[in-house]
Design a protein around this ligand. Structure first.
Ligand code: XBP
Ligand code: MG
Length: 255
């Protein structure tokens, strides 16, 4: 069994609960700016999250809800322009601290850095969104904590395809066995599993009912000393928060 060398983090839903009050609000503000009477409710957005990638999500919404809608000019360019406006709204929302980091995230990142573990990000979201979240929540130099920030369109196929995790492993020059992934969704788990990566899931409001078969551990969050986590599936070895000791224990549990 190879020694754990790197932690790889998903962003949306994992580092912070960004979808309901961040991305969804940003989409709606961009729609309003464009003079569109589209409003993605909390519930409808939960359905739309089945499609990863904001541009792809807008395309899917047009296909299902407005099949007759003909955007002016090239459809792909029009969607890209709308999505660019959404990203501007989203980064502004994040910079206003609308979405805090989830419990245990900052603590685990700090413990990993102190232990000399390498850190990476593997996300579907747009790179600018990652920059805004990290710098706002962890400070200006936090981008340097992550050796690899694999995000958005950097790969041809988004989660649940494994491309983004293959990209991160290639950039880290590490074997899957030396890494541990943190995700929040079934699509994220499928992506990591196809890349043979052991995965810890922290569920959220949008993902709690999804299928996490094959995850090493499923939690409600990573926990804090004053806020023990709840184990939803898998072995936690009596721990009440996720730390490197539990990470090492999980490595002994790999089939
Ligand atoms: C979640 C996604 C992203 C976000 C929106 O990414 O699927 O599409 O919902 O961000 P992950 P964009 O969980 O992999 O971090 O609009 O920039 O795509
Ligand atoms: Mg996610």
């Amino acid at each position: 069994m190879s020694k754990l060398q790197a932690l790889i983090f998903d962003v949306d839903g994992t580092l912070a609960d960004t979808e309901r009050d961040g991305h969804r609000v940003a989409f709606n503000r961009a729609f309003a700016d464009a003079g569109l009477d589209w409003e993605w409710s909390v519930e409808r957005y939960g359905e739309l999250l089945a499609v990863t990638g904001g541009k792809e999500r807008i395309h899917q919404y047009l296909t299902t809800d407005y099949p007759e809608f003909e955007p002016p000019g090239d459809r792909r360019e029009w969607i890209a322009g709308l999505h660019k406006a959404k990203t501007a709204h989203y980064t502004r929302l994040i910079e206003e601290n609308v979405v805090p980091l989830r419990p245990g995230v900052k603590r685990l990142l700090q413990e990993a850095r102190d232990a000399g573990l390498r850190l990476a990000i593997a996300t579907t979201t747009t790179p600018a969104n990652v920059t805004a979240l990290l710098q706002t929540a962890l400070g200006a130099d936090s981008l340097d904590w992550f050796e690899v920030i694999a995000a958005g369109d950097i790969v041809p196929a988004k989660k649940p395809a494994p491309d983004i995790y293959h990209y991160a492993l290639q950039a880290l020059q590490l074997e899957p066995e030396a890494c541990l992934v943190f995700e929040d969704s079934e699509a994220g788990l499928q992506s990591a599993k196809q890349a043979n990566l052991q995965t810890v899931i922290t569920v959220n409001g949008y993902t709690q009912a999804q299928d996490f078969a094959g995850a090493a551990l499923v939690l409600d969050h990573l926990g804090e000393p004053s806020l023990p986590f709840q184990v939803l599936a898998g072995p936690a070895n009596g721990a009440t928060l996720f730390d490197l000791q539990l990470a090492a224990y999980l490595q002994t549990q790999t089939p």
